[in-house]
Design a binder for this molecule. Structure first.
Ligand SMILES: [Zn+2]
Length: 652
C-alpha cells in the first residue's frame, strides 16, 4: 500500500471515489462506488392560525409561557379534521421549540396544534383519531444532502450491509445472493456492495480471490468496499477483464499481486474501474426501481424531504417517473452539478440547470410530494477523510520528516489541490445562479475550500443584496476559526453529516497530517452553531449507511457507537457538539430552510403541510446514546401515511 503521506494534495490513489471532471482532470470526493454507474456523476439530489394552546411539556417551554391565545378560531366543528393525534409529546420545532399534546390535520395541512381539550372540537364522525399514548411526534426529517438514486441502486444489489464479518460470514452472504439469483446466466455478473473491508473479523484478516472462488458458482463476482476505493474480484472476473500478471497497474490504481505477480483479486481505484466498466449499466426500469427502493428506505427512517446533492439526469427522470405513477413519498429536491470545466461558459452552465428546472420542477410545494430543481451543486475540493486527504486547506498538511520509528511531523509543501473553481469564476457562477433563483450547494471539505465558498457568497451578497438565495456549504469538515462568524453574516448554511463527528478511522487517521490544533476543531458543528450559523443536516447516504438516528446521536455525543473498537472511544476533539434540540432542528426546520420549503414544512405549525413522524421513544428523555436506537413508527407526508408499523396502528 502506498504511504498515505504521499497522497497529500494528490487526487486519485486511496480516494474514496474518483470523480472524473472531463477537461479538469479527476478529483477525489467523498462518495462511493456508484459514480461509475451514473454518467453525470462519472462526468463526475396560509392558512389562518387557529387555536394555539400549547401545553407545557418541557420546563423550558413552561418558562416561555405556552398559552398563545387563539389568533382566529377556525370553525372547527363545521368542518371536522381528517385525522387528529392526541395524548402525545409533540415537538413542534417552531421558532420557540414549543411542545404540544395534540394536533389536527385537514386536507393534508395542520389545522390545530395544542392541547387534548383544544383538539376535541375537530373530531367529527369521519375523523381518524390516534391516541399516541404518550409517544413522541415531531416534524418529518428533512435530509439536506444525499445521493438517493445511487443509494437505491445499491439497495437493489447484493449487499453486505456495512457489517463487520468473518470470511465465512462474507462467503455465506454472497452465496445466499447467488442462490437467490440461481436463474441468472452463468456469465451474469454478481455485484456485491457495502463491504466494510476495514472492519473484517478478526482484525487484519486478508481476503483474496480464493475467498470468492470457493463459492458454488461460475459467475464473475465483484465485491466493492463501502469506502469505494477497493474491490475484490474472483478469478472469473479477473479473466473477463483480462487482468493478469503481465497487466501493469493503471494510472491511479493498484492491482494487488501474489509472490508470482498474479493478481490476488484485490483492486484499488482505477484498477477496479477496469472491471466495473464491464458491468451492465442499470436500465431505466432499474433506475425507477432504485428510486422506489430509496423512497421506501427513507420513509422507514422518517425522511419526508430530501436533496439529491449531485443530481444526474437519470435521477430526476427516475423520480419523475415515480411521481407520475403516484409513488413519490417524500418531497424531492435536485441539485444538478456545474463542473469546473464549464468555467469557460458559466452563463451556459447556469442555463443548463435552468433548463432542467423547466423540464422537471413541479413548481410550488403542494400537498402531494413533487419535484424541485432549485439548487445547483459545485465541487470545490476533495475530501479530508483519511486515508484520502485531498481537501483544499489553508495551512499545509504535515509530512513526516523523521522515520517510521521516530516520526517527526512538520509542515510540508502541500495545501492540497487548488480550489476547483477560481475565485472570479466562483463569484460569477454564484451571481448567475442567484439571478436565476437557484441556490448554490457547494462541496467544501477543507478550510481552504470553505474560505473560497464564503468569499464567493460574499460576492453574491454584494451583487444581489436583497435576493432570497440560500447558499449551502456541504461537509465543512475543517473551518478556519476566523471564518466561523461568516456563515451567519453571509446567510450561508453549513450542511453537516453528523455521523462523521466521532472518533473513527477517517477522522483520527488525520491526526498526523493536521496536527493537534486542527484536530481539536475537526467537524466543528458546535463551534459553528455558537457562532450563529444555521446548520442543516444531510446524511450523504450512501457514503454511509442510511441511519439518520445514529447520525443525530453522534451530533449530540460526538462519540462512536458503544460497540466500536476501544481505540475509537471518547469524544472527537474539543467541539462541544450540539444540543438535542439543535440536531432535531437541523434535520427539520433548518434543512427545510436550506431547501426553501420552510414556509410550508419543517415544523408542526398551523397552516403547514402535515409532514410528521411518530417515534418509539422521546429523544429528549432517553440517554443520549439511545437516540441511535430510535425507531420511526409512522411517517406522514402531506397528511398521507407513507409508512407505519403496527405499534401506531395498534393504538388507534
Ligand atoms: Zn455527497
Amino acid at each position: 500500500m502506498p504511504g498515505t503521506e504521499s497522497l497529500i494534495g494528490q487526487t486519485i490513489s486511496h480516494c474514496l471515489i474518483v470523480v472524473k471532471l472531463s477537461g479538469a482532470g479527476e478529483v477525489c470526493t467523498r462518495a462511493l462506488d456508484w459514480s461509475h454507474r451514473v454518467p453525470r456523476l462519472r462526468g463526475v439530489l396560509l392558512v389562518q392560525a387557529v387555536a394555539l394552546v400549547f401545553v407545557a411539556l418541557a420546563p423550558k417551554a413552561q418558562a416561555q409561557g405556552l398559552a398563545t391565545p387563539p389568533a382566529a378560531a377556525a370553525s372547527s366543528s363545521s368542518s371536522p379534521a381528517d385525522r387528529v393525534y392526541r395524548n402525545g409529546v409533540i415537538f413542534t420545532a417552531d421558532a420557540r421549540n414549543r411542545t404540544a399534546e395534540a394536533l389536527a390535520i385537514r386536507d393534508g395541512r395542520i389545522v390545530y396544534v395544542g392541547s387534548n381539550q383544544g383538539v376535541a372540537p375537530f373530531v367529527g364522525a369521519s375523523t381518524a383519531s390516534v391516541d399516541l399514548e404518550g409517544r413522541f411526534l415531531m416534524p418529518g426529517l428533512v435530509d439536506g444532502h444525499m445521493h438517493p438514486l445511487e443509494a437505491g441502486v445499491q439497495l437493489l444489489k447484493c449487499s453486505l450491509n456495512y457489517e463487520s464479518l468473518t470470511i465465512a460470514e462474507m462467503q455465506q452472504r454472497i452465496q445466499t445472493c447467488l442462490d437467490h439469483s440461481a436463474s441468472e446466466d452463468s456469465n451474469a455478473w454478481l455485484e456485491v456492495v457495502s463491504w466494510f473491508q476495514e472492519s473484517m473479523r478478526p482484525a487484519g484478516v486478508k481476503t483474496n480471490r480464493a475467498t470468492l472462488d470457493a463459492l458454488k458458482t461460475t459467475r464473475p463476482i465483484l465485491v466493492i468496499s463501502s469506502f469505494g476505493h477497493t474491490a475484490l474480484a474472483n478469478t472469473r472476473a479477473l479473466a473477463l477483464a483480462r487482468l493478469t500478471a503481465s497487466t501493469p497497474d493503471p494510472i491511479g490504481g493498484k492491482i494487488w499481486r501474489d509472490d508470482h505477480g498474479e493478481p490476488t483479486g484485490l483492486l484499488e481505484d482505477s484498477a477496479y474501474a477496469v472491471i466495473s466498466d464491464l458491468l451492465p449499466k442499470p436500465t431505466d426500469a432499474e433506475y425507477v426501481a432504485a428510486a422506489k427502493a430509496a423512497l421506501k428506505a427513507m420513509s422507514r427512517q422518517g425522511i419526508t424531504s430530501f436533496l439529491d446533492a449531485a443530481a444526474a439526469l437519470e435521477s430526476m427522470s427516475a423520480f419523475t417517473a415515480v411521481r407520475r405513477a403516484g409513488g413519490l413519498t417524500a418531497r424531492a429536491h435536485f441539485a444538478p452539478v456545474i463542473e469546473p470545466k464549464e468555467a469557460g461558459d458559466l452563463p451556459g452552465a447556469v442555463a443548463r440547470v435552468v433548463a432542467f428546472a423547466k423540464q422537471y420542477d413541479d413548481g410550488a410545494i403542494a400537498r402531494l410530494p413533487g419535484i424541485t430543481v432549485r439548487n445547483a451543486k459545485l465541487f470545490l475540493d476533495g475530501v479530508i477523510a483519511a486515508p484520502a486527504i485531498t481537501g483544499a486547506v489553508r495551512e499545509p498538511y504535515l509530512i513526516n520528516a523523521g522515520t517510521a520509528e521516530k516520526p517527526h511531523w512538520v509542515p510540508g509543501p502541500s495545501r492540497g489541490p487548488a480550489v476547483y473553481f477560481a475565485a472570479d469564476a466562483l463569484a460569477t457562477v454564484l451571481v448567475e445562479l442567484g439571478r436565476a433563483g437557484i441556490d448554490p450547494h457547494m462541496h467544501a471539505d477543507g478550510d481552504g475550500a470553505v474560505h473560497a465558498a464564503l468569499d464567493g457568497t460574499e460576492a453574491l451578497r454584494k451583487a444581489l443584496p436583497t435576493a432570497d438565495i440560500r447558499p449551502a456549504i456541504a461537509h465543512d469538515e475543517i473551518v478556519e476559526p476566523a471564518d466561523f462568524p461568516r456563515y451567519k453574516l453571509l446567510g450561508t448554511i453549513p450542511v453537516l453529516s453528523f455521523q462523521w463527528e466521532k472518533p473513527a478511522g477517517d477522522t483520527l487517521g488525520l491526526t498526523n497530517y493536521f496536527g493537534p490544533a486542527r484536530m481539536k476543531i475537526l467537524e466543528p458543528a458546535g463551534l459553528l452553531a455558537a457562532a450563529g450559523a444555521r446548520i442543516a443536516f444531510g446524511s450523504d447516504w450512501p457514503v454511509d449507511k442510511l441511519d439518520e438516528w445514529f447520525a443525530l446521536k453522534v451530533g449530540v455525543t460526538r462519540t462512536n457507537a458503544p460497540s466500536a473498537p476501544p481505540e475509537y472511544s471518547g469524544r472527537l476533539g474539543d467541539d462541544p457538539g450540539l444540543s438535542r434540540e439543535a440536531v432535531l432542528r437541523a434535520a427539520t426546520i433548518d434543512a427545510a430552510y436550506e431547501l426553501h420549503e420552510d414556509d410550508v414544512t419543517g415544523s408542526i405549525e398551523v397552516g403547514k403541510f402535515a409532514d410528521l413522524i411518530v417515534l418509539d421513544r422521546n429523544p429528549f428523555k432517553v440517554p443520549a446514546e439511545e437516540i441511535a436506537k430510535i425507531q420511526v413508527l409512522e411517517t406522514v407526508v402531506g397528511g398521507n401515511i407513507v409508512y407505519e408499523t403496527s405499534m401506531v396502528s395498534g393504538v388507534r
